[in-house]
Design a binder for this molecule. Structure first.
Ligand SMILES: [Zn+2]
Length: 332
């Protein structure tokens, strides 16, 4: 087994009530059977964390240490956990699944009826250490630095969405939103041989990511709103080609979630609307391959690397869209 333990307490962010959090020292948890204690090297901040901390989330239970994008080093193996030695560099798939239910049996463990998501149902990576099931870990290639590897989680969600969209080479895809998720979708879709357009209303961001506005009458085989905005969903449906597929990728605020689609429009144009939520373990392996091979470049998407102690300021940057990807260093 082996242990890499230097101290008994760790820095952590805890959300006890929606809208606020506290930073403080917590006991370092001990791994139980089949679990591994991971020392967090980098944790990614995403818009979901902003939603979770400041407005709440369907899958959140409190109190909670958030953080679902984690890479790090194995610090201690619990009883029976033997796949990764202490000191091994690992990517953490954020899900914990039963492996027996219908969703798990079809390879969609993200839809497991007993799904427990790190940072939502159980403590996550806004801390120096996190407990994870051994089966959620994927060993990192030596050539892959932590700051690149941590993109495997958001990229996995994009790969899941693109799979569900049935996108094929040569097809046209429109992606609404040129933030980190929209840009990862763009790069993964381009790697699949698709003709990609990113639609971004913010002029500065549009220039940076090579996006544009839609032309009148322009149609796409696949439309993906990568921004939680009802207007993006409306525009995406309007620009969907006959037999086109719209992927409900970004969640909408509750007040905007029940927009009525025009079912006659779907009927006459044989269009499909498909949801995409999270990712399965296998998407993590695919995402890491794409990152390590350079097929999907990620390093230029990091706009800020901040200490965990700057979380509140980091959340403001996300809320005001004044950043691309923010990485947090839990040691500071
Ligand atoms: Zn299951």
């Amino acid at each position: 087994m082996g242990v890499e333990r230097m101290k008994n307490s760790m820095k952590a962010v805890t959300v006890s009530a929606i809208g606020s959090f506290v930073q403080g020292e917590r006991d370092i948890p001990r791994p139980k059977a089949g679990e591994v204690l991971v020392r967090v090297a980098v944790t990614g901040l995403c818009r979901t964390d902003l939603k979770l901390i400041r407005s709440g989330h369907r899958d959140l239970s409190l109190p909670r240490i958030p953080g679902e994008e984690v890479v790090g080093v194995v610090a201690e193996n619990g009883p029976g956990a033997v796949r990764h030695s202490v000191g091994a560099r690992v990517y953490v798939y954020p899900g914990e699944w039963c492996g027996r239910c219908p969703a798990c049996r079809t390879g969609a463990e993200n839809l497991c009826r007993e799904m427990r998501i790190m940072g939502f149902h159980r403590d996550g990576g806004f801390a120096e250490y996190v407990i994870v099931p051994e089966k959620s870990l994927i060993a990192l290639d030596d050539a892959c630095c932590f700051h690149d590897a941590v993109f495997a989680e958001p990229l996995s969600c994009c790969i899941n969405a693109l799979e569900l969209s049935r996108l094929s080479a040569g097809e046209r895809i429109g992606i609404w939103g040129g933030g980190p998720a929209g840009t990862l979708l763009k790069r993964a879709a381009r790697h699949m041989g698709a003709d990609v357009v990113v639609i971004e209303p913010d002029g500065e961001r549009r220039e940076r990511i090579g996006g544009r506005e839609t032309a009148a009458g322009e149609l796409f085989d696949v439309c993906i709103p990568a921004v939680g905005d009802g207007e993006a969903y409306r525009a995406a449906l309007e620009h969907l080609a006959p037999r086109g597929r719209l992927v409900a990728f970004s969640g909408l605020p509750a007040h905007a979630a029940c927009r009525a689609a025009d079912y006659n429009h779907l009927h006459y144009h044989e269009q499909t609307v498909v949801g995409a939520y999270g990712c399965a373990l296998r998407h993590g392996a695919t995402a890491l391959e794409l990152i390590v091979s350079g097929a999907v470049v990620v390093s230029d998407l990091v706009s800020h690397t901040l200490p965990l102690s700057a979380l509140d300021a980091a959340l403001d940057l996300v809320a005001e869209r004044r950043c691309m990807k923010i990485h947090l260093d839990p040691k500071e």
